[in-house]
Design a protein around this ligand. Structure first.
Ligand SMILES: [Zn+2]
Length: 339
């Protein structure tokens, strides 16, 4: 683990030596475990504004100049930013230490110091343009930071917090700590109505399939020792939602409906690279002549049952009591062999 702060000091010293005039700086601290420092300076001699960015984790030596990337910023953008900063109603905020600390300093008419956690707060809405200018001048790989930073303003911040680890005892913690009453009620109904088609714990993850308007996947990674939960769902709701509530209610009721499990005897099928890296594949059934397989990224993918020679390379290693899947596969294989 590198000492990020000591590198930050070195970087600032480096600019001091250059005798530039700092216009604005932003430090993304512990942001998705990254530490990105970006600043705009006025280079007096050349009379240009330059934006510099540096990933503090990537510094390998004390020769800072090697690790800094810079580009010129259009004077128009500087005018725009000056206006934004000068018209800010709030010019000073601070935040408690936490992950995802964002610090902004600007030297305009008055000096501005702003700190917030993770998402740009709604009352600092006008700084969206600041981030647009910043990230327009940064490499494309930083785009994700931009969208995460402004997600509260766009209204999709839950997409970013959903995959966070949260302290939650999956068997005991009051559901009201995570869900609104309405979603707990709905979740209960969904469970009682049998909308949970599959639910199985494999290693440290609960995998579940729940019927809504469409078929949704919910995956809950759970650390039993620490009671830490990480939830994934491909449903379109705002999280944490009724679908996730339904799954947790079912888990508390010891409900289990095991997935069909299959193996595939050829490793060299490009389709398979997309699928979950198990010793086996989780399957929820057959659609037309394809298998509905749970993919690595938590979606349902249709995998062709037969190859171009009408040969089936799948083997069922776990079926339900009625052998439904094996029977379906046999019927389809037979039908195609007669063609
Ligand atoms: Zn949902």
């Amino acid at each position: 683990m590198k000492n990020v702060n000591s590198y930050l000091i070195l970087v600032k010293k480096y600019f001091k030596k250059l005798k530039t005039k700092l216009f604005a700086e932003v430090f993304l601290e512990n942001y998705n475990n990254r530490n990105i420092y970006i600043r705009i300076d006025f280079f007096k001699k050349a009379r240009v504004f330059k934006l510099s960015f540096i990933d503090l984790e990537h510094i390998e030596s004390n020769d800072i100049s090697v690790w800094i990337n810079s580009c010129n910023v259009e004077p128009n953008s500087i005018f725009l930013l000056e206006n934004i900063f000068n018209n800010l109603k709030i010019q000073n905020t601070s935040t408690k230490d936490s992950n995802y600390r964002v610090t902004i300093n600007a030297n305009v008419k008055s000096s501005i110091h702003l700190e917030f956690n993770r998402f740009l707060p709604l009352d600092l809405y006008s700084l969206t343009d600041f981030f647009i200018v910043i990230f327009n001048n940064c490499p494309k790989k930083y785009e994700g930071f931009f969208f995460e930073l402004i997600s509260l303003i766009i209204g999709n911040s839950s997409e970013f917090t959903y995959n966070d680890e949260i302290k939650f005892d999956i068997l005991k913690t009051n559901l009201k700590n995570l869900f609104i009453n309405e979603d707990i009620k709905k979740g209960n109904e969904y469970y009682k109505e049998g909308l949970i088609k599959f639910l199985e714990k494999i290693e440290n993850k609960y995998y579940a399939i729940i019927e809504g308007v469409e078929t949704y996947v919910v995956i809950i990674e759970y650390d039993e020792k620490e009671n830490i939960m990480k939830v994934y769902s491909n449903c379109p709701c705002n999280f944490y939602c009724k679908h996730v509530a339904a799954i947790i209610i079912a888990i508390r009721d010891n409900y289990e409906k095991r997935f069909y499990k299959l193996t595939y005897d050829s490793e060299k099928n490009s389709f398979l690279e997309k699928l979950i890296h198990y010793k086996f594949f989780l399957c929820i059934g057959v659609q037309n002549e394809g298998l509905k397989i749970l993919s690595k990224d938590g979606n349902i993918e249709i995998a062709p049952l037969l190859d171009i020679n009408n040969k089936c390379s799948w083997s069922v290693i776990e079926d339900d009591d009625k052998k439904s899947l094996s029977k379906r596969i046999k019927a389809i294989t037979l039908k195609n062999s007669l063609k």
